[in-house]
Design a protein around this ligand. Structure first.
Ligand code: 13P
Length: 287
């Protein structure tokens, strides 16, 4: 059931668990995430970066595919279709294409410009029933061309953006997109606690969910995180399972080269990763 992400995240924040945002890349990804959410009776957010949207031939294709798949698979759990790290123009494209939620990432602008653009997009998104996420500080590393230095968010700036009426807020707290380097210092819980203190009951978003140890995830949830984004980990599981299939020579046996067979181990691997994350985030049975 396609919905915006506000209600599911308000409930998660109040119930002290988090909803996973799993980024999608193609049909297999979308089907794997939707089926797992349904099997586990969990709410879920499908994240689409601008790069992935382009790869899938545009946001309209993505929106049509998700809406049709949601219907044909008989998905009854709440599902939000959400733009990840959107530009100002990308937000308008997704609103037009039928997404149910957007993220405007104005973190690389000066705070005044971030405020001005976020204010406008909050009004447009809410006018059409979409939820909206904003960002303060930045997420380190690179995701689909979006590069961040990883500076921790200023809690006062978070309060300014929260007061614009955004539905959930991503604050940089030392988190990084992609694999964490060996010398990573960990999440800044000092920053997270200070941000949480300033923004009241607003659900907070933890980007860079790949590879964050379970104890840090639990602590982040206890400090107001209600949405956790995972992208790289599903890609790694998919690639690993696919490599094993090919290295075992299974694509050369019988009709093992058939894409429905070739992609099946990767598909199952995405399902297993999504399940593991939903267990850790506590969203199972919360639909
Ligand atoms: P990872 O690729 O590190 O899981 O991060 C995903 C993310 O934050 C999407 O916005």
């Amino acid at each position: 059931m396609l919905v915006n992400a506000k209600e599911m995240l308000d409930k998660a924040r109040a119930g002290k668990y988090a909803v996973g945002q799993f980024n999608i890349n193609n049909l297999e990804w979308t089907k794997a995430v939707l089926l797992t959410a349904q099997e586990l009776n969990s709410p879920v957010i499908l994240g689409v970066s601008e790069g992935a949207g382009k790869y899938m031939t545009g946001f309209e294709t993505v929106s049509a595919m998700v809406a049709a798949m949601d219907k044909s698979l008989g998905i009854t759990v709440p599902v939000a279709l959400h733009l990840d790290h959107g530009t100002y123009e990308g937000c308008y494209k997704c609103i037009k294409a039928g997404f149910t939620s957007i993220m405007f990432d104005g973190s690389h602008f000066a705070i005044d410009e971030n405020i001005a653009k976020t204010t406008e997009l909050v009004s447009v998104a809410h006018g059409l029933g979409l939820s909206i996420e904003a960002e303060v500080g930045s997420i380190g590393g690179e995701e689909d061309g979006v590069i961040g230095r990883g500076e921790c968010a200023d809690p006062d700036e978070c309060k300014m953006i929260a007061d614009l009426g955004v539905d959930f807020l991503a604050a940089g707290i030392g988190n990084i997109h992609g694999k964490y380097p060996d010398n990573w210092e960990g999440l800044s819980f000092e920053t997270l606690a200070a941000v949480n203190e300033k923004v009241g009951e607003l659900p907070l978003v933890l980007h860079g969910g790949t590879g964050i140890p379970a104890d840090m995830i639990k602590k982040a949830i206890s400090l107001g995180v209600a949405k956790i984004n995972v992208n790289t980990e599903c890609q790694l599981s998919f690639a690993d399972a696919t490599r094993k299939y090919i290295e075992a020579g299974k694509d050369l046996q019988g009709k093992g080269f058939d894409p429905r067979k070739l992609l099946a181990p990767g598909f199952e691997a995405i399902k297993a990763t999504v399940k593991e994350k939903m267990e850790l985030f506590g969203s199972i049975g919360k639909a």
